[in-house]
Design a protein around this ligand. Structure first.
Ligand code: SF4
Length: 335
């Protein structure tokens, strides 16, 4: 066991299926993943076991959400011919390795995990006082290690998650007496900050998101509802584009327009409705291709099944090999 062979390093990343993806997911992850495909061997996972940890009380939607995420992945440019796109539960080795690594993970490491403590306080709408949720970093470690991923794309704020995986790997390697598992490195990514329509974090639970699948009229309506510079009350009041979410969207989706938007805002030569109207068309154009690809995929369910089956087969080929090696090292196989 060791580093992946071949010229390209391997990357693993995933997303919990919670429904259709929104612009925050696109800007925060998918656009970056799409580029990574050019230089790395990529494994993109629909993390449905992770979804089950919090949705176990009403899990019926997980399957349809996984389908939506798959459609969005492909519609936004993840290429099943170049990358391994798969659903976590289609590769049972994730669960198997999770169990093995849980033997090597002290409970105190999980209890001190800041995200765990934070989620326990914040996620009041769901009961996540379960054994699986405490251990989710172990499943995350298994997800990464199973594919001997060299790199994991993360933002600064996610570095502690990866550190826990690295600690588990180091402990496992120390106890089995060899560099058996690959210690993944962070591939730091900086994504622009994109807030929801109401300036809170973009999230389905706040109903403040623009979805990749939204038709043009819905996009226009949503953009018109965006909260703008609170100090600009009348049309002839000079605005403060630096304090306006609409301007942040221009910075992300149409940088060449920013100077003109700022100028018109500061000099009150246009109103917020004009400004939002133009932004809506920018977004309608930006999402045109994914929306068309989405419609195509929606109409070809067999194609979706093929993508998932091929992804599972490719992922499992690697996962089985890793598990076979781990079983020998941990006394679960060997004669
Ligand atoms: S004109 Fe545009 S940038 Fe200025 S406050 Fe209105 S919406 Fe925001």
């Amino acid at each position: 066991m060791g580093q992946t062979t071949g010229a390209r390093k391997r990357i693993l990343s995933g997303m919990r299926p919670t429904g259709r993806l929104h612009l925050g997911n696109l800007v925060g992850a998918l656009l970056n993943w799409r580029m990574l495909q050019d230089d790395y061997e990529c494994f993109f996972m629909i993390a449905d076991y992770h979804a089950l940890m919090s949705e176990y009380e009403s899990p019926a939607a997980i399957s349809s959400h996984s389908r939506e995420v798959l459609i969005d992945f492909v519609a936004c440019g993840l290429d099943p011919a170049r990358s391994v796109i798969f659903r976590q539960s289609d590769v049972p080795e994730h669960a198997e390795l999770h169990l093995v690594l849980s033997c090597y993970t002290p409970i105190s490491w999980l209890e001190r995990n800041p995200t765990y403590k934070e989620q326990m306080q914040q996620l009041t709408s769901k009961d996540i006082h379960n054994y699986a949720f405490l251990g989710y970093p172990v499943l995350q470690a298994a997800d990464i290690v199973l594919y001997k991923a060299n790199l994991v794309p993360v933002g600064e704020d996610q570095l502690p998650h990866l550190e826990l995986t690295r600690e588990v790997v180091r402990r496992f390697n120390a106890l089995v007496g060899r560099e058996a598992l690959v210690e993944p490195q962070a591939k730091l990514t900086s994504s622009p900050r994109l807030l929801g329509l109401d300036r809170r974090k973009m999230s389905k639970s706040y109903a403040n998101q623009i979805e990749v699948a939204d038709p043009p009229d819905v996009i226009r309506k949503k953009v018109m509802s965006m909260i703008t510079d609170p100090k600009r009350i009348r049309r002839n009041d000079p605005g403060h584009p630096d304090e306006c979410n609409v301007c942040d969207y221009y910075k992300t989706f149409c940088p060449p327009d920013v100077a003109d938007v700022e100028d018109k805002c500061r000099n009150a030569t246009w109103g917020c409705t004009d400004c939002k109207g133009r932004l809506a068309e920018v977004l309608v154009t930006f999402l045109k291709e994914p929306r068309e690809r989405r419609a195509e995929l929606e109409g070809t369910p067999e194609r979706l099944k093929e993508i998932l089956a091929a992804g599972a087969a490719r992922a499992q080929a690697v996962a089985r090999e890793t598990m076979a090696e781990i079983k020998v090292l941990t006394g679960l196989a060997g004669w």
